[in-house]
Write a protein that binds this ligand. Structure first.
Ligand code: ZN
Length: 91
């Protein structure tokens, strides 16, 4: 999905980052809000940090709240109609 917006009268488009090395899927992780312990970062796998949180509470029965962190990478590029669009796409 691409989200388009107008910024300072020039058209820009927001889309997922697709450059080489950028994760193609969101990164998921969890952090215990009691002790700060963190799960491993799971690429595209929400279940792994959820299971980590369940296990963490099982081992530390008073640690019951977590901060879920989901990271995605975006890129803003000139959209058609933006003078920079031609220079970057060659069209
Ligand atoms: Zn904890």
């Amino acid at each position: 999905m691409t989200v388009r917006s107008i910024i300072k009268a020039a058209e820009w488009a927001l889309a997922p980052e697709t450059a080489e090395g950028a994760p193609a899927v969101p990164l998921y992780e969890a952090e215990c809000t009691t002790c700060g312990d963190q799960s491993r970062v799971a690429e595209g796998d929400q279940l792994a940090p959820e299971l980590w949180a369940m296990k963490h509470t099982g081992l530390n029965t008073t640690h019951r709240t977590y901060r879920a962190v989901i990271t995605s990478f975006w890129r803003v590029s000139p959209a058609p109609g933006n003078p920079l669009h031609r220079g970057e796409t060659g069209r």
